[in-house]
Design a protein around this ligand. Structure first.
Ligand code: UGA
Length: 455
């Protein structure tokens, strides 16, 4: 055994990759009392982080970084990580390739740089195809290897890290590193799942694919509910009380997005296909999600007529979900492109994603307040359920918009209250309320008009 530190109760931690997973992991371990060395190849990021500044929006993380900065080192030098730590978390990204397989080039680069030391353990946080760990183990006999997938959600990642439902530790039987990783996470509580490497890798992919399946399932129930007059929020409540089903991830909307679900569902489908198995269910999950993002167009046309040319459509929320500025695979990307394709004028507001969004949404007028985006609009579309949109003053909104039409892509608002304020309202999987015939005439909006559908 070398003199590399690592046997103490709070061993130093290496983190490779200062992306979202890496930074959450690094700051949380620092908060737990570990020295943390973060290796990041982009010098600019290293400089910013070394000053205690963050480059993405994640609640609670700036505070953790500031508080623990004296115990954290940011460097481009892998040698520094190897010298100062034994337990190295790999947190580099594994984006999809054109074939749908995960791109493992960054992981492979790290493995090459780490070498074949018998002092170090590589702990894989990056989401990788099943079999990646086995392939690395075949090449690097001496390097200890643990699959420790992350289950953090953007927006609540710090809390998820500190209070995990479960921690999955996949390692070869008898490998010291499996015990070392278990010891790191034990103080946090949560069920400890010790298993083999391949099963740990599969747990990650299967968990994300299952959650995505749950969403596509409830989205299809929503679509059928619209046809037959049921309310999906009631249906989800009734279903979710069955403890075998559970209430979470049954919120119908205009599709899931983010850096994980779309990529991981495709990667699992591809992995199955590569090994000769046709994973039929996941094809449907992906297709339903793609179509779900486009359903808003039909709802707009139902009220505004077949042509959207010259109509101003305001998108409220651009990030793939609230409490993050992450725009990856956000429904807003597809929706704004479709709207522009239809000839509509698209304006938008997002509380934190505006800067990132401006590069990705050419031709979209991104405003710095909801009312500015809604000025003269023919429809407001709630794309992301930021809580502040639920607080919007409906009377002011009515006075601001040209046509009082709200398409609530996340079922954030109370449709009846919106209709009572003089709007036509369309949620997802709920009966529509109000109609533009009556909605434009504010004085005629007596509560008696509530529940009137546009059908
Ligand atoms: C997801 C998983 O929830 C995490 O456990 C996992 O660690 C992470 O991916 C990852 O692999 O790194 P995240 O992408 O942050 O986390 O987002 P979620 O909160 O899971 O939401 C994903 C998408 O599903 C969002 O677009 C959200 O709007 C949508 N969603 C979620 C629904 O449409 N309905 C729901 O009921 C729940």
């Amino acid at each position: 055994m070398s003199n590399v530190p690592g046997n103490s109760e709070k061993p130093p931690i290496g983190v490779i990759g200062a992306g979202w997973v890496g930074l959450v992991t690094a700051c949380c371990f620092a908060e737990l009392g570990h020295e943390v060395v973060v290796r990041e190849i982009v010098q600019e990021k290293v400089d910013v982080l070394s000053r205690g500044e963050l480059i993405m929006h994640e609640p609670g993380l700036p505070e953790l970084l500031k508080k623990n900065i004296d115990h954290m080192t940011f460097t481009t030098d892998m040698g520094e990580v190897l010298d100062r730590t034994r337990l190295m978390f790999v947190c580099v990204d594994t984006p999809p390739t054109y074939s749908g397989d995960a791109d493992l080039s960054r992981v492979q680069q790290v493995v090459r740089e780490v070498g074949d030391s018998n002092d170090h353990a590589l702990i894989m946080k990056s989401t990788v195809p099943v079999g990646t760990g086995a392939a690395i183990r075949r090449d690097k006999h001496d390097l200890a290897y643990v699959s420790c997938p992350e289950f953090l959600k953007e927006g609540t990642a710090v809390d998820d890290f500190m209070r995990p439902d479960r921690v999955v530790v996949g390692a070869d039987a008898g490998d010291w590193a499996g015990d070392a990783v278990e010891a790191l996470y034990r103080p946090l509580g949560g069920e400890m799942v010790r298993t083999d490497i391949a099963s740990a890798e599969m747990i990650k992919l299967a968990s994300n694919a299952f959650l995505a399946t749950k969403i596509s399932f409830i989205n299809e129930i929503a679509n059928v509910s619209e046809e037959v007059g049921a309310d999906v929020t009631e249906v989800a409540r009734g279903m979710g009380l069955d403890t075998r089903i559970g209430p979470k991830f049954l919120q119908a909307g205009i599709g899931y997005g983010g850096s994980c679900f779309p990529k991981d569902v495709t990667a699992l489908k591809q992995l199955a296909g590569n090994s000769g198995y046709h994973f039929q269910l996941l094809n449907a999950v992906i297709e339903v999600n793609e179509l779900q993002k486009r359903r808003v167009i039909g709802k707009l046309k139902k009220h505004l007529g077949d042509s959207l040319v010259g109509k101003k459509i305001a998108l409220l929320g651009l990030s793939f979900k609230p409490n993050t500025d992450d725009m990856r695979e956000a429904s807003s990307l597809v929706l704004s492109a479709r709207l522009r394709g239809e000839g509509a004028i698209v304006s938008a507001f997002d509380p934190v994603a505006a800067e990132r969004a401006s590069e990705l949404l050419p031709g979209v007028e991104i405003e710095n307040s909801p009312l500015a985006a809604l000025e003269g609009a023919d429809a407001a579309v709630i794309v992301t359920e930021w809580p502040e949109f639920a607080e919007i003053d409906l009377a002011q909104l009515h006075a601001t918009m040209r046509t009082p039409l709200i398409i609530d892509g996340r079922n954030l608002l109370d449709g009846n209250a919106v209709a009572a304020a003089g709007f036509a309202y369309e949620g997802v999987g709920r009966p529509s309320v109000g109609s533009l015939d009556t909605a434009t005439d504010n004085s005629s909006q007596a509560p008696a008009a509530l529940g009137a559908t546009t059908e």
